[in-house]
Design a binder for this molecule. Sequence first.
Ligand code: NAP
Length: 306
Amino acid sequence: MYDVIIIGGGPAGLSAAVYAKRAMLDVLVIEKEAQGGGQIVQTGQVDNYLGMEGMSGYAMAVRFQEHAKALGVPFRKGTVEAVRDGKTKTVVLSDGTVFEAIAVIIAAGAKHRRLGAEGEEAFVGSGVSYCATCDAVFYRGKDVAVAGGGNVALSDALHLAKGCRKVYLLHRRDVFRAERYWQERVKNTANIEFLPFCEIKRIGGDRMVEHVTILHNRTGKLQQLAVSAVFVAVGMEPVTAFVKGAAALDGKGYIVAAEDCRTDADGIFAAGDVRTKENRQIVTAVADGANAALAAGRYIDGMNSR
Ligand code: NAP
């Protein structure tokens, strides 16, 4: 039996682990990827984390992990299949392993949303990518498309524009969600062509992506664009399928919890991108991790003094 099990080894989970360990709690971090680190591993450069400007997401993830490991936080690779509420909490892994804890902090983050275009799944790894940082190198000198209008789409377009001949930025509206900083940089990059009111309907090719069919949603016109790759950056979805029944989710699947990270289930806490919140940033995830671990510590003290 652990004091607290933390599900997820991204910034929120690792921050929670550091705070829990320093509170002398018996803690376990469960992470499904061998590498761990969460979404930031795929971020080229992080420019807005206080005191670490210009650091790569990968380097930052490694530094976060080293901090937790230096304190003696134990890690277990595994995919959580269910969390069950009760006087103690049960965490079930897909390999059948069962762990018990007094409290659970869910920091499982979010995964890439699919575009929903015909051919998208078939071409994953053959021209359809969800990570420009990882895959840009394969398309040097080529024409590529980026789908989306948020921070990730625009920063991906800029990253790709460094090596690709041309980058089409395809967005379903003409207004960006991305911060003005990214918009200005995109506007000033000659080989990025912004196509507003465009939806990718079909991705086609022989073995690799060769073209996309786009719908101009204002006119209803279809157009084929020759591209060697499609970088999909249309947002994230929370990883919460395993939470159903244990804690309340909102209409979009995020765990309902306020800044104190408490869910509607006593002893179950939600931290980072997985919980309902306005701003999903590394710094807000790290803050959540601290809040969740401190709240979990108070909950555990209460349970132990009964
Ligand atoms: P996001 O901000 O949610 O933007 C998603 C974009 O994809 C929106 O433009 C949306 O269009 C579009 N979209 C969603 N579903 C679509 C669909 N089915 N088909 C076509 N387009 C679709 O997501 P994100 O860019 O991945 O960013 C995720 C979070 O990370 C955000 O909170 C962001 O602020 C944060 N982030 C911050 C930074 C930074 O520099 N501070 C960098 C990276 C990420 P609509 O606008 O029409 O809805």
